[in-house]
Ligand binder design. Structure first.
Ligand SMILES: O=C(O)CCC(=O)C(=O)O
Ligand SMILES: [Fe+2]
Length: 291
C-alpha cells in the first residue's frame, strides 16, 4: 500500500495564538512522524474489532451481559457491521454499554477504558496479522515494545502530559481507529508569560499513525482535547480506540529500579541516554500497571 509520510502540520506560536501553515524548525522534524492513511478500511476493521474484543473480555461480567442482551435485541442501526463496512465507527456500541472510567488516577484521561496486551491472537486472522507486521516496519528501532489499548468515550478526553519517562523509552507510536480527533502537541518549555513556546495540531483520522520520539517525546506534552482546538468550539465526536506502542526502557533502568525483565546488556544499553536528564520533564502521567 502507498504510505504517505509527512512531517508536522500547522506549527504555531501560541504567544500570538495565531495558527500558521508554515513549518518552523521548533524541533528536529524527524522527531514527529505522521502517516495520515496508513491502514485501509479493511485493516482498520480488523484492528478495531480485535481491540474491542480484548477490551470487552476484560470488563466485569455484568457489562458483558448488558452488551449481549443489547445485541440480542439490537435494532438494525446499532448492529456492528461486518468487515468492509465503510463507517468504521459502526463497530462501536452505544457509550452507555461500556464501562468507561470517569478519570484516570492522576486526572490526565477522562472517560476511557484501557488495558495492556501482550498478544493479539492474530493467528487465525490474516488481515490482522499483516496489518500488525506492516505497523512494525514503522518502529524506529528493533527494541522490545509494550502495547496498550485505549478506548475513549464519545466525550472522553486526554489532558496535556508527557508519558511517564520512568515507564517507557524514547519513542511512542499511536494508531487511531474510529472517530477523528485532534492531537495537540505543546512544548514543555514556556514563553515568559507561561504559554507553551511551540504548539502544533495533528489530525488523527481513523487509520492514521503517529510517532513521537526523542526531543518531541520528552520535550512536548500531548493531549486530545474534547474542545476542537482549531475552532475553540465543542464538536461532537464518536468513540475512538488507540493502539499505543511504546519502546521498553533500557536495561540499566530496570536494574536500578528493581523492576526486573532482565536480558543480557548490549553495548548500546551502557551508553548514556541521548536526551540529557536536564531536558527530561517531570513525570506527569503513566499507566497504572506500569507505575
Ligand atoms: O490516544 C492517543 O493517541 C494518546 C494516548 C496517550 O496519550 C496515552 O495513552 O498516554
Ligand atoms: Fe500519553
Amino acid at each position: 500500500m502507498q504510505c504517505s509520510y509527512l512531517h508536522v502540520i500547522r506549527l504555531c506560536s501560541t504567544a500570538s495564538r495565531r495558527y500558521s501553515t508554515t513549518t518552523r524548525p521548533a524541533q528536529p522534524a524527524d522527531d514527529f512522524l505522521w502517516f495520515p492513511r496508513f491502514f485501509d478500511l479493511v485493516e482498520q476493521h480488523a484492528l478495531l474489532s480485535a481491540a474491542l474484543r480484548k477490551l470487552d473480555a476484560a470488563e466485569p461480567r455484568v457489562s458483558r451481559r448488558r452488551r449481549r442482551d443489547f445485541l440480542a435485541s439490537r435494532r438494525q442501526d446499532h448492529q456492528p457491521k461486518v468487515i468492509g463496512d465503510p463507517v468504521v465507527e459502526n463497530a462501536f456500541l452505544p457509550d452507555d454499554l461500556y464501562h468507561f472510567e470517569e478519570g484516570h488516577y492522576d486526572g490526565v484521561i477522562r472517560r476511557f477504558r484501557e488495558m495492556r496486551i501482550s498478544t493479539w491472537d492474530d493467528e487465525k486472522d490474516p488481515v490482522l496479522k499483516s496489518a500488525l507486521s506492516r505497523l512494525e516496519t514503522l518502529y524506529p528501532d528493533a527494541s522490545r515494545t509494550q502495547t496498550h489499548l485505549l478506548h475513549l468515550a464519545s466525550d472522553g478526553e486526554i489532558h496535556p502530559h508527557v508519558d511517564n519517562v520512568g515507564a517507557s523509552g524514547s519513542w511512542i507510536l499511536g494508531v487511531s481507529l474510529g472517530s477523528e480527533r485532534t492531537l495537540r502537541m505543546e512544548s514543555v518549555e514556556d514563553d515568559v508569560d507561561g504559554i507553551p513556546k511551540h504548539t502544533f495540531d495533528v489530525s488523527l483520522s481513523s487509520g492514521s499513525v503517529y510517532i513521537q520520539k526523542n526531543s518531541v517525546r520528552y520535550n512536548y506534552k500531548h493531549s486530545i482535547p474534547y474542545v476542537s482546538s482549531t475552532l475553540g468550539e465543542r464538536v461532537s465526536h464518536d468513540q475512538r480506540v488507540s493502539i499505543m506502542i511504546r519502546v521498553r526502557i533500557r536495561l540499566q533502568f530496570y536494574v536500578f529500579n528493581g523492576i526486573g525483565d532482565l536480558r543480557f546488556p548490549t553495548l548500546k544499553d551502557c551508553l548514556p541516554p541521548t536526551v540529557s536528564q536536564n531536558e527530561v520533564p517531570q513525570v506527569i502521567h503513566g499507566y497504572k500497571n506500569t507505575q
